[in-house]
Design a protein around this ligand. Structure first.
Ligand SMILES: Cc1cc2nc3c(=O)[nH]c(=O)nc-3n(C[C@H](O)[C@H](O)[C@H](O)COP(=O)(O)O)c2cc1C
Length: 364
């Protein structure tokens, strides 16, 4: 077999291995997929200004986040229904993240229950993701279960009051799988597997289009864990988040899956870091496929970078081993990027290290 050396190799390989409907679900973006494409293109418009003659024989990638020590500042974004990529699903990804000294965020729409993931990946640092579902009691219950099972933070997704428009996502959750955390509502509204656009219909049943900042306050009150908002794309909302008691935000456009037309996450990162980066933890995702992308996001002020689809490609190719390989590849690429840029510590990646390509035309 041709050796797989980068995330793109895994993506290509994965396409021949998993069901087309699952592949479409993983790959798809919303609308014309312009934002999806922009997520990658925007990284290519950033240039690195490397510093030389710095001793980089030891590069330290370690970071500490909300009291947890990570071997490097990259983790796994919450992605739903991972058993569609591989039968070992979320457990495989969580174990791989732990082995890589990384962190794993479990989607509330997972095909493995949060308790099973906790039991089978006990050594992994885990955060739990939740929507604010229509059923508040269920939402509260999920968060309490996660707290009890040892998850260290709650990621509250705020960019999905309704499901974005996706043309190429027309799949049925195979009948042997279930949304393991939500089995009770699923059995009441069992339409996820029996309509052609099951996921969108199901989401309409459970997502809550009426959520506001008041709900954020409600959310932060019933858990002792740090709460992060995922899906913030403007400085205005970042400031509101700060004023509503959340401990962090994830600058994310949901991997281009929600609102086609919004900017890439990397385009908006600097304005958000400038507005709140000193007072609040800022994480980042969308469009990260190489260690050098993670390096650019760190340089622009992210404290943690998350991988979405990249992990799914590894999972689809070879389960836990595939995710371990993806994480090892990205970690090595980040290490090499730091060495070549002259950065020996994550917090020494200065914001002048990465500039927009226009920087060079305007300085002539
Ligand atoms: C198949 C798939 C399922 C996802 N499920 C969720 C989810 O349940 N909750 C959530 O907040 N984000 C979800 N996301 C978005 C990811 O958390 C993340 O924001 C996105 O994948 C990052 O972009 P990237 O794939 O380019 O790395 C999902 C993304 C994908 C690709």
């Amino acid at each position: 077999m041709h050796q797989l050396t980068c995330v793109a190799d895994y993506e290509k390989k994965c396409q021949s291995l998993i069901e087309k409907s699952a592949l479409d679900y993983f790959k798809s973006g919303s609308g014309e997929e312009e934002t999806l494409k922009r997520n990658k293109d925007a990284f290519k418009k950033l240039r690195i200004r490397p510093r030389v003659l710095i001793n980089v024989s030891k590069v330290n990638l370690n970071v500490e986040i909300f009291g947890s020590k990570l071997e490097w500042p990259v983790g796994v974004s919450p992605t739903a229904m991972q058993k569609m990529a591989h039968p070992d699903g979320e457990v495989a990804s969580a174990r791989a993240a732990g082995k890589a000294g990384s962190l794993f965020i479990l989607s509330s729409l997972s095909t493995t229950s949060l308790e099973e993931v906790a039991e089978k990946a006990p050594d992994t640092i885990k955060w739990f993701h939740s929507h604010l579902f229509k059923d508040r009691e269920m939402t509260e219950n999920l968060v309490i279960r996660a707290e009890k099972a040892g998850y260290k933070a709650i990621v509250f997704t705020v960019d999905q009051p309704v499901f974005g428009i996706r043309k190429t996502c027309d799949f049925k959750l195979p009948s042997h799988l279930s949304l393991a955390n939500l089995v009770c509502i699923e059995s009441e509204n069992n339409n996820i597997s029996d309509t052609s656009s099951g996921i969108a219909n199901h989401s309409l049943e459970i997502f809550n289009a009426s959520i506001t900042w008041k709900d954020v306050e409600w959310f932060t009150q019933f858990t002792k864990l740090p709460v992060l908002l995922k899906g913030v794309l403007t400085r205005e909302d970042a400031i509101l988040a700060l004023n509503h008691g959340v401990k962090g935000i994830i600058v994310s456009n949901h991997g281009g899956r929600q609102f086609d037309g919004v900017p890439s996450s990397i385009e908006v990162l600097p304005e958000i870091v400038e507005a709140v980066g000193k007072d609040m933890f800022v994480a980042f995702d969308s469009g990260v496929y190489q260690g050098v992308d993670a390096f650019k996001a760190l340089a622009l002020g992210a404290k943690l970078v998350l991988l979405g689809r990249a992990v799914l490609w590894g999972l689809g190719v070879d389960g836990q081993k595939g995710v371990e390989d993806i994480l090892a590849i990205v970690k090595n690429e980040l290490n090499v990027s730091m060495s070549l840029a002259g950065c020996t510590e994550v917090n020494k990646i200065g914001n002048k290290t990465v500039v927009h390509e226009n920087y060079f035309s305007t300085c002539k």
